[in-house]
Design a protein around this ligand. Sequence first.
Ligand SMILES: [Zn+2]
Length: 192
Amino acid sequence: MIPLPPAPGADEHVSLALLNTRVTLPGGRVVDELDSPEAATLWLVEQDLAPAGAALLEYCQGRLAELRGTLRALFSAQVEGLAPDPEVLDGVNRALTRVPSALLLRHDGDRGLHRVPAHPVTKLVEHAMAQIAEDAAALLTGESADAVARCAAPPCDRFLLRTHARRHWCSTRCGDRVRASRAYARRRREAL
Ligand SMILES: [Zn+2]
């Protein structure tokens, strides 16, 4: 099966990209892009959250998958209009604060004063998790918060940013499935 293109908003928001690394396909099969340390490393490198050549341990892969579960609970509460579980907020806040996320001040002859992220060689996964949590917190408190949606073509469970008020699916493929099932329901009603 051809991989789905990124859901709307997932290219701009790494938190959405992380949520969507696990998706339920039609038929119920679950695809997990983070199902091995190598796969999790590749994903972080692709997102520019880890330098090429980095290698995650299984423990780090597990932590990243755990953050994904926490964020799925947070985003689900948001789209359902519910208060998130306090443990979910604690999980996000731990990811936000475990490592310093401030840009450091440096000086060299070419550039003079400039700011750089703390180098993610140590605590690589913690730095990545802090950036993902920061993106999630900014997204859900920003002006796009109300545009966060879960794909309306079950069993697909990808999250997206709605670009039109009526678009509630993550891909053309899911949109076609919604339209086909609506047409089927209409034909059944007409046949009765
Ligand atoms: Zn979908």
